[in-house]
Design a protein. Structure first.
Length: 231
């Protein structure tokens, strides 16, 4: 099983110069950290600076979003190849802010996941429910829908291609962070769904009542501790 991962999403914080200064101060603080993998997701404009600063370390670099097309007339978007060229090994997809503020749906998430994998980027796919969905007992259905739709049409996937980040919308900026055991409580029975759809049981499934889409035939999801900057 893959080791735990700490993902620092910087969101819209830090210029390239500020990012370089931050990394120089950050690296000495984590020299003794050996039990988790660390991935940093700076703004697009700072990726090259951060990539150069961490090139001799074990820290991973991620983009904060990606477009599914390799190129085209998509003002303001960033392609998978651009992320690779900037030194990224992974990319955040389906973040709650993208889903809420920019109306990114499960279909868009699915297209982005496929594009990331095709370009050998690890897709960090975020899933999570709103407070209303949690309070009305819909957490399992929401997470199942996001997972099944986000991975629709992908036959085989492993933990080098995918990280599932449980990122409940109700916890962002609320002062009530999700506890580490929360994802485990959300994962007991996706295997039942995969059995109903004649697919092998995932290694770490979560509860599902969705049958519209089938999970990948080989599926080993990994739930990291997803941290972010600026919540």
């Amino acid at each position: 099983m893959r080791r735990r991962v700490l993902i620092g999403n910087w969101k819209m914080h830090k210029t390239a110069g500020e990012a370089g200064t931050y990394i120089s101060e950050f690296l000495p603080l984590i020299q003794s950290v050996t039990t988790v993998d660390i991935i940093i997701a700076p703004p697009f404009t700072a990726l090259h600076v951060v990539a150069e600063s961490i090139k001799d370390t074990a820290i991973g670099l991620a983009g904060q979003d990606v477009h599914w097309d390799p190129q085209g007339a998509f003002t303001g978007e960033v392609s998978p190849a651009m992320l690779c060229d900037s030194g990224c090994q992974s990319v955040i997809i389906g973040h709650s802010e993208r889903r809420q503020m920019f109306h990114e749906d499960d279909h868009a998430v699915n297209r982005k996941v496929k594009a990331a994998i095709a370009h050998h980027l690890t897709a960090i796919m975020c899933v999570g429910e709103t407070r209303e969905e949690r309070d009305t007992g819909k957490t399992s259905d929401v997470l199942s829908r996001q997972l099944m739709a986000g991975l629709a049409g992908i036959d085989t996937i492993d933990d080098t291609q995918l990280i599932l980040a449980y990122e409940p919308i109700w916890a962002i900026g609320s002062g009530t962070p999700a506890r580490p055991h929360k994802p485990a409580r959300c994962t007991p029975s996706l295997g039942r769904t995969s059995k109903r759809s004649s697919h092998p049981q995932p290694q770490h499934p979560f509860e599902s009542s969705t049958e519209a889409a089938s999970p990948p035939k080989t599926f080993k999801p990994f739930w990291p501790c997803h941290t972010s900057m600026g919540d």
